[in-house]
Design a binder for this molecule. Structure first.
Ligand code: SF4
Ligand code: SF4
Length: 501
């Protein structure tokens, strides 16, 4: 493999005129203008008069998919066959949305473009080595699509289903999350000891990254230069993984299953490639994977539990909690504390970063350093904090931002929840399952994952080293008109418990 120098973190931000968003749509023939979607949009991108069909302002939209989650106006799947239903445009709508013709579910006014046909067409081509990775939030939600209670944990059945669908390797984005902690943690230590810029923001959530690029481009050098776990794993699959499997990178078709509607935008970003190959070729959401499993006649709940493939599918508990708000912070502290102090972290469950939508702040003693951290869930809550950073009034070291209200478990591509009470119930159950999964794993810190240790020994060298820098780090770019005028939220919640004893 050839490695070239890429000064990712120090490169100046480029300005682009590409503000397009071909992913989120509102069907004007169905939209009633109720504006429930406008109520959840964190950036006021839904435009239109009440009672009239709405439109999405693509320059503002951060592709979080929360409008798609909340929209409850739908055409039922029996519209075509029923003599009582006047509107029978179902097949036409399915074509407009690129959805398979035999999907048996209602079609909602707000929707995202479906990538399933593109994936199944590529999967049918001969001579490809087909690889898939799954985000942490999928294993606690996919079973809901097959009638199981909210939050049912099924990593083994998911791995089995993906093999039945034809993938040669079933890997796990959690491994990419473990790599992210190694890189991002090292970057934070370097910024703290070498003079910033601080605070450093996480860069795992593509909706947050797009938000920062549109609304706060002057803060882009505060974002960690790390690619997201999905992109990191994608890059490793076509380099380290290709070497281990003795396959040509050009023959690898790499798919990611994500809870997020913005991940397709992220994987299409021009900078998301390594050595001339796209890191990830296509992204499917949880709902699209469920369509595929149903369309293929696989009895999901009857599948045996199977393991993810080794080594790029073996993860720590720290990797698995990336799926909830506060998870990246908790994973980073678990590793950062031990690397900085050379002492064992006395307690792994860090309740002060766990919580709900809003902002949590805490101070943590890490050796000599009084580490000041903040966790933001829901982009509408980021404005106040970012304004303070912009004004130089914020002395935090590290800030995690996730675009969706409870982190990735509440992503726009997750199973559709029609009622508010179900939404609350589902988010709590999925979160509890993720934390339960972490608690049940033998290895719960990224730097103790033996497959991560081997990856650095055999391939990457050291975190933030030459190879890591080339494959795992990226740049960000200004997109568009800058911050819009809107009311700013102040910090809505403060963490009180910062004890790790
Ligand atoms: S897209 Fe859905 S939620 Fe938004 S206004 Fe139209 S019907 Fe209402
Ligand atoms: S995807 Fe998110 S940002 Fe875009 S219109 Fe919908 S709610 Fe707003």
């Amino acid at each position: 493999m050839s490695i070239t120098t890429n000064n990712a973190s120090s490169a100046p931000c480029r300005e682009t005129t590409d503000y397009t968003n071909p992913i989120i749509h509102i069907d004007p023939s169905m939209c009633t203008g109720c504006r429930r979607c406008a109520g959840v949009c964190p950036v006021d991108a839904i435009e239109g008069q009440p009672g009239e069909p709405q439109t999405v302002n693509a320059d503002r939209c951060v592709i979080c998919g929360q409008c798609v989650q909340i929209c409850s106006v739908y055409a039922s799947d029996w519209a075509d066959s029923s003599p009582w239903v006047a509107d029978s445009r179902r097949q036409e709508r399915l074509r407009e949305r690129d959805m398979p013709a035999d999907i048996g579910e209602p079609l909602f006014a707000a929707y995202y473009s479906c990538s399933l046909k593109k994936v199944t067409d590529m999967m049918a081509k001969p001579g490809q080595f087909r690889i898939v990775q799954c985000a942490p939030a999928i294993r606690v939600s996919i079973a809901e699509e097959f009638g199981m209670p909210f939050g049912t944990l099924t990593p083994g059945k998911m791995a089995a289903a993906l093999r039945r669908l034809g993938f040669d390797r079933v890997y796990d984005t959690n491994f990419g999350a473990d790599v992210t902690i190694m890189e991002e943690g090292t970057e934070l230590i370097r910024r703290v000891t070498e003079g910033g810029p601080l605070p450093m923001f996480t860069s795992c959530c593509p909706a947050w990254v797009r938000f920062a690029e549109i609304e706060y481009p002057d803060l882009l050098d505060h974002l960690s230069s790390c690619k997201s776990p999905m992109q990191m794993l994608g890059s490793l699959v076509k380099t380290y993984g290709a070497q281990l499997d003795e396959v040509e990178p050009a023959s690898i078709y790499s798919v990611a299953i994500m809870p997020c509607t913005c991940k397709q935008f992220e994987c299409d970003r021009p900078e998301m490639e390594s050595d001339g190959y796209r890191d990830v070729d296509e992204v499917l959401t949880t709902r699209e994977l469920a369509y595929w499993i149903k369309e293929s006649g696989i009895d999901f709940m009857d599948l045996p539990d199977e393991e993810f493939d080794s080594p790029l599918g073996r993860y720590s508990g720290a990797g698995s909690i990336f799926g909830v708000t506060g998870g990246v912070m908790e994973a980073a502290i678990r590793t950062g504390y031990e690397l900085l102090t050379n002492e064992k972290l006395p307690k792994l469950q860090l309740d002060f970063v766990r919580g709900e939508e809003g902002v949590r702040v805490a101070e943590v003693q890490v050796g000599e350093l009084q580490l000041k951290v903040a966790v933001v869930a829901g982009l509408q809550h980021a404005y106040g904090l970012l304004d303070r950073v912009q004004a130089g009034e914020c002395d935090y070291h590290f800030i995690e931002v996730m675009g969706c209200p409870a982190g990735c478990i509440s992503g726009g591509g997750q199973p559709k929840l029609m009622l508010e009470k179900h939404r609350i119930e589902a988010y709590r159950a999925r979160k509890s399952s993720i934390y339960g999964h972490d608690a049940g794993l033998q290895v719960r810190k990224s730097h103790e994952n033996p497959h991560i240790i081997k990856l650095y020994d055999e391939f990457l060298g050291e975190p933030l080293g030459h190879v890591s820098h080339h494959l795992l780090h990226t740049t960000f770019q200004k997109r568009g008109p800058g911050k819009q005028s809107r009311s700013c939220n102040v910090l809505s919640k403060e963490g009180t418990n910062n004890s790790i004893q």
